[in-house]
Design a protein around this ligand. Structure first.
Ligand code: PEP
Ligand code: MG
Length: 889
């Protein structure tokens, strides 16, 4: 029979799939002999079974009862025992951390009798009633579905009646009264009494936590973090320990190193006389962990030792939650901690230096996405102006946006394209949509481990928290700075999550240190820890990767920059980009020419311009391959607008004037060439085959540029790439022309010029007939933009705006297929083309030059599909190098 419950003494960290992250790590700490309050875990399998069937799997509660008995025997107390109750916490814990997104219920086991027992054994009546109040409230909302605001209202009314500012001023008698009020609220709202049976409390709490897996905010968080919906959560049932028993108690969160910068040294927040929930909620401002050293040196020393044990054991930065109950330290959670991109790089290098991990492990723990984040600009500190407020630098980066004071407003404005900064006293999981929509999150309360900080860091979103000089009035939608400045909703703020500062207005941005280093190319010097760590990760990636990385570049300037970023050639030079501006007229003439002579004139005028372009690029990429793609403009991009022309002519006629003769001719020609669906029309190789002299002009320009570079002592390595081929015969016709023209150039220049000829694979038919196409192609390059468009039948120009958000929301795909390669469909075509192309021509060079060439996940796919290179925009080149290295590990 399936087993659904494991004691903490039975599991381990390798069981995270079954026991969830929290449960498996609690078991691991228990095995390591660290002080963990005893407990057990209900598996994710149990959760899936409950959610799938709507009922509990047979035997589940018998198993729970057995583990509960063990727990009771071990602690010498019974759950809810009237004179000395064992109390339990019930917490969610999924495979992947989802901070604050699911339910937690504390103090299970308190009822009208045992609350007195707790008061007696703790010697603290107020504490007992406060715990009972919390239980009634938590069960009331999460299990019995009562609107939380009803409890809040009752609490506010009581405080007003007693004339006290906050809950700490309520005494035991007040809280006992509040419990009665809460119980009445539950009865009124649900018709049910608050359950007095501790076992029933436990059972219903467990089911509520399972159900919270499908809660709205949990689902939203999973979509955002790409966590699968069918994993389910485990539930941890654990003996309660109390950090709120007086000044010798407290709760805290700690990291073995700084999660923002990766710097060595214990790091964290502590809240004396408080439960763990109070720390994470950021409701009261915490003190730095160093303060604990003063308050309780013994507990601090033990904490340090345990954390060292954990970091050495996990060989990584760990974060923990702990509670001190009357001087006794308890470890309540650990996990490999979330970190910023900067910290990930620094840790990778430092832990390798310390011999805890290998260089390859260090590389595996950083990401291209993180590197891209470090390449983003920072605020220009020379011109920041006056600081409006300071807070805790919780998640780095620079962001500018209009201040908004609630989640809904953030979402509304962001949907209109506005950049916003979400300003709150503190955030709760309900603020998640607003946090996603905002550029930055700013709170006036809470430390580096508050909800805002943890969630923002996980998302890579800029965050400053605990800016307690700011008085945030969410009701009035404004906040006030210490100097009296009032920030109304809509006021532009600049938030520096690296320094923890906030400025009024939009502060200008400058390049980051990492960017400056990368842009300096071979001459760059690593001056700071993070730059050095990035340099080392890239060096390791370059040493292990099999994929080469080229750049998509159309100008000598881009080529120079790409080379500094480490590009090993140009994988795509889009020649149509060379025909913009003034040259557009010539292209228009060439396409629309009524006579051969007119067309030849236009081509002759384009030839020297095109030769110059090629010479510059070949010079910038001397010694490296440069793939020149023949012209591939969707026709409408180069032709004058039909409606404009018609209006011009009609206006002239309406004025009684003779319309411009050229306009009339153009209109007729544009009418002839008009296409309803230009992306599927006369573009790519089709244009080259239809417009006489076009291919010849481009090839001649390139051949002459190569001859010039050779004569100048250079090492040009031009390749000619034919776009949008669907059949080998198209390619063959172009190849014949290329060979003819290059032979002529060789003759005229006296320098033998040859260039490999290859094709793009960007139509399903090309992929499916790749074996035949390879007879005439020396290389393939996947145009995954068009291949995605034509495989899915999605217009690449329209759909993303039109209906992708609905598709993303409804889970048709987790991410746009134009961003991350669709492995199942487009990827399958890639696989077929690679296999059949190489079967025909074993030494076929194969690359990719669609946008996917710079997307981390897609790079991993191209590695495993056996490609030789990826080509992407110059700024993505370092990202692709890093990911190609990681793919090879
Ligand atoms: C492609 O289709 O993937 C490609 C690189 O070509 P373009 O984007 O220029 O159509
Ligand atoms: Mg294309």
């Amino acid at each position: 029979m399936a087993r659904y419950v494991y004691d903490f003494t039975e599991g381990g960290r390798d069981m995270a799939g079954l026991l969830g992250g929290k449960g498996s790590n609690l078991a691991e700490m228990t095995r390591l002999g660290l002080p963990v309050p005893p407990g057990f875990t209900l598996t994710t399998e149990a959760c899936r079974s409950v959610l799938d069937t709507g009922g509990e799997p047979p035997g589940l509660w018998e198993e729970v009862a057995g583990h509960l008995t063990d727990l009771e025997t071990g602690s010498g107390r019974l759950l809810g025992q009237p004179d000395n109750p064992l109390l339990l916490s019930v917490r969610s814990g999924a495979r992947f951390s989802m901070p604050g997104m699911m339910e937690t219920i504390l103090d299970i086991g308190l009822d009208d009798d045992s609350v007195h027992g707790l008061a007696k054994v703790s010697g603290n009546e107020r504490f007992a009633w406060d715990s009972y109040r919390r239980l009634v409230q938590m069960l009331g909302t999460t299990v019995m579905g009562v609107d939380p605001s009803l409890f809040e209202r009752a609490l506010t009314q009581l405080k007003e009646a007693r004339g006290v500012p906050d809950d700490v001023h309520l005494d035991a008698e007040d809280l006992a009264r509040l419990v009665e009020t809460y119980k009445n609220v539950i009865h009124q709202e649900t018709g049910e009494r608050f359950p007095q049976s501790p076992v029933e409390q436990l059972r219903r709490a467990v089911l509520a936590v399972f159900a919270s897996w499908n809660g709205e905010r949990a689902r939203l968080y999973r979509r955002r973090e790409h966590i699968a919906d069918d994993l389910g959560t485990a539930v941890n049932v654990q003996r309660m320990v109390f950090g709120n028993l007086g000044s010798d108690s407290g709760s805290g969160v700690a990291f073995t190193r700084d999660p923002a910068t990766g710097a060595r040294g214990l790091y964290g927040d502590y809240l004396p006389n408080a439960q763990g929930e109070d720390v994470v909620a950021g409701i009261r401002n915490t003190v730095p962990l160093t303060e604990l050293k003063r308050l309780d040196p013994g507990a601090y020393g033990r904490l340090r030792a345990h954390m060292e044990t954990l970091e050495r054991h996990y060989r990584d930065l760990c974060d923990i939650e702990f509670t001190i109950e009357r001087g006794t330290l308890w470890m309540l959670q650990t996990r490999v901690g979330k970190r910023t991109a900067e910290a990930a790089f620094v840790l990778g290098a430092d832990l390798a230096d310390e011999g805890l991990i290998t260089a390859d492990e260090g590389l595996a723990r950083v990401s291209g996405e993180g590197l891209a984040r470090l390449m983003f600009p920072r605020f220009d500190t020379a011109v920041t102006g006056d600081v409006l407020a300071r807070g805790v630098p919780a998640s780095p980066g620079a962001a500018v946006g209009a201040a908004v004071f609630d989640s809904a407003e953030a979402v509304r404005r962001a949907a209109d394209g506005e950049r916003v900064v979400l300003v709150r006293q503190e955030t709760t999981p309900d603020d998640l949509p607003g946090m996603i929509a905002a550029q930055a999150v700013l709170t006036s309360r809470g430390g580096k481990t508050s909800h805002a900080a943890v969630v923002a860091r996980g998302m890579g979103k800029v965050c400053v928290c605990g800016a307690d000089e700011l008085t945030v009035d969410t009701g009035a939608r404004r906040c006030t700075a210490p100097d009296g400045t009032i920030v109304e909703e809509g006021t532009v703020l600049s938030v520096d999550g690296t320094a923890g500062t906030v400025y009024a207005g939009a502060v200008p941005l400058v390049d980051s240190a990492v960017m400056r280093y990368l842009e300096a190319g071979a001459g760059g010097r690593a001056t700071t820890g993070v730059v050095d760590a990035v340099a080392r990760a890239l060096a390791r990636a370059d040493a292990v990767r099999r994929l080469e990385v080229r750049a998509n570049a159309d100008t000598p300037q881009d080529a120079v920059r790409a080379r500094r970023f480490g590009a090993q050639g140009i994988g795509l030079c889009r020649t149509e980009h060379m025909f913009l501006g003034e040259r557009r007229k010539l292209v228009e003439e060439m396409i629309l020419a009524g006579t051969d002579a007119g067309r030849e004139r236009a081509l002759a005028a384009l030839l020297p311009l095109q030769r110059e372009d090629f010479t510059g690029i070949l010079e910038a990429m001397d010694g490296l391959p440069v793939t020149i793609r023949l012209l591939d403009p969707p026709l409408h991009e180069f032709l004058p607008d039909r409606a404009d022309l018609a209006v011009r002519i009609a206006t002239a006629e309406a004025r009684g004037e003779e319309p411009d003769a050229h306009d009339a001719e153009l209109l007729a020609a544009v009418g002839r060439m008009h296409e309803e669906n230009p992306m599927l029309g006369l573009r790519g190789v089709r244009l080259g085959l239809v417009v006489p002299g076009l291919v010849a002009m481009q090839v001649r320009a390139l051949g002459e540029a190569v001859a010039q570079r050779l004569a100048a002592g250079g090492a040009p390595r031009a390749e000619i790439m034919v776009p949008l081929v669907g059949d080998v015969r198209e390619l063959r016709l172009v190849r014949e022309e290329v060979e003819r023209v290059l032979a002529e150039v060789s003759d005229t220049s006296g320098v033998p010029v040859t260039c490999p000829v290859g094709t793009m694979i960007e139509l399903p038919r090309a992929a499916l007939t790749a074996g035949r196409i390879a007879e005439d192609a020396e290389f393939f390059s996947f145009g995954t933009n068009d291949l995605t468009q034509t495989t899915w039948g999605f217009s690449r120009d329209d759909v993303e705006a039109e209906f992708f958000s609905a598709y993303l929301d409804r889970g048709v795909f987790p991410v746009s297929p134009f961003e991350t390669l669709d492995r199942d469909g487009v990827g399958r075509l890639v696989g077929i083309a690679v296999e059949e192309g190489r079967a025909t021509r074993p030494d076929l060079t194969i690359g990719v030059c669609g946008e996917h060439g710079g997307d981390p996940d897609s790079v991993h796919f191209f590695h495993s599909a056996g490609l030789d290179y990826v080509s992407c925009s110059p700024f993505r080149v370092p990202v692709a190098r890093l990911e190609a290295g990681r793919a090879a590990l």
